[in-house]
Ligand binder design. Sequence first.
Ligand SMILES: [Zn+2]
Length: 299
Amino acid sequence: MDWPKGFDGLCYGGDYNPEQWPEEVWKEDVELMRRAGVNLVTVGVFSWARLEPSPGVHDLGWLDRVLDLLHAGGIRVDLATPTASPPPWFGLAHPDALTVTADGVRLTHGSRDTYCVSAPPYRDASVRIARTLAERYRDHPALAMWHVHNEYGTACHCDHVAAAFRTWLAGRHGTLDALNDAWTTSFWSQHYSAWEQVMPPRATQYLPNPSQTLDFRRFVSDAMLDHFRAQKAVLRELTLDVPVTTNFVFGDWVPVNQRHWAEEVDLVAIDHYPAADPPQETAFAADLARLWAGGGRGC
Ligand SMILES: [Zn+2]
């Protein structure tokens, strides 16, 4: 399984966010896409607040109509799980699931990508909304692929993360002595005598420990991968024949180890920003994506 369901050749399209437009224009959207040769669109990336306007209350009728319209126009759907941006009500109900920066600032809603993959309420809610979508659209003829989340990249530094980081470190290093040795904590009086003293790399007075920072990036990648896997398991359970992927991004701000993640996605996908990035960087990212995909076809 390595290609969107229903395709054998080139897929052409992009993100389609019909919830940002009056419903009256949707028919015209589809007609224009059809004329442009579009045959696959990603839908629903940032739709959580529209799909679940209040806790446990779903409004999927508009998405039904979007998928039906696209199908009637011969356009298939890469259906997103909307977990990259939880609704405002979610953060108010679960403030511990909002991102905490390295400076200790707890962020709030009002932008996008404000979440903590180590917070149990967020992980549970992510699986629930993925299941809701899979149950609703598992047999929809337009469904070609699952697009889990969007551009994984928000690193949190909260107490949930601190606890999960320590567990991850114990798995990696075994003992606290081994961690002290690997992190060279004899330097600058950083030696740890109990696991509870070990923290994510929060703001500190001067240069942070580079080994701690490196391990944290590895941990963040693995924590996000666990979040992806939890959704993938639900989607696979309900739609066995529909590929599941997420969109990688290129850049040193991205805490995801794409090479490792590539083993977990059914096909490798990557976002390019050619209007913003130098052409050589876009080409390099495309080459990397091909590598992550094992040198085969990409999307
Ligand atoms: Zn957190």
